[in-house]
Design a protein around this ligand. Structure first.
Ligand SMILES: [Fe+2]
Length: 180
């Protein structure tokens, strides 16, 4: 093939600019500013979720006492669910063309959920997890609100399924912690 004429090169560059605009527009039908609020609420949820996840690992490893077998297993079940949700949240942020918070430093700085030591009783661990659930639920509701405001049914659908599951886990851990 011969070398391109200047004209051909100009035409190609125009076409690729046009394609780029086309794809940016087609990307979910939302512009970047449209999704800024959703992304912000997703990042806040992500930071809290990461700290919660690490607490579950801490408690899975370090729980002792008569409830060891129950709690050791339940905490594992919970952290497996958490890690899947965390991945979905971060990838949803990527879908909108933003970069999710990705460092532990950022998570610690932005999380309302706080870490604890390892020397807690099983019941203290359960009560920490219940408090975490409540905080996470409030951040999930923020995501739902932002998604509904923007008409973003994809994020709304994702977050609704998280909320439903977390409400069920909240009930189960509450039942476990209730003395009769
Ligand atoms: Fe394990």
């Amino acid at each position: 093939m011969g070398s391109h004429t200047t004209r051909e090169i100009q035409d190609e560059s125009k076409a690729s600019k046009k394609d780029k605009r086309y794809w940016e527009y087609k990307k979910l039908g939302f512009s970047k500013p449209d999704t800024a609020e959703i992304v912000n609420s997703l990042n806040q949820l992500l930071a809290n979720y990461q700290i919660h996840y690490q607490k579950l690992r801490n408690y899975h490893w370090n729980v002792v006492g008569p409830d060891f077998f129950d709690l050791h297993e339940k905490f594992e079940e919970q952290y497996n669910e958490a890690i899947e949700n965390i991945d979905d949240i971060a990838e949803r942020i990527r879908v909108f063309g933003y970069t999710p918070m990705s460092s532990l430093k950022e998570y610690l700085a932005n999380s309302e959920i706080k870490e604890t030591g390892s020397n807690l009783s099983g019941m203290e661990m359960v009560s920490e997890i219940l408090k975490d659930f409540e905080i996470l639920l409030s951040y999930m509701v923020n995501v739902a609100d932002a998604a509904i405001d923007t008409g973003d049914v994809g994020t709304e659908d994702m977050i609704n399924s998280f909320i439903k599951k977390m409400e069920k886990s909240h009930w189960m851990f509450t039942a476990f912690a209730t003395k009769k």
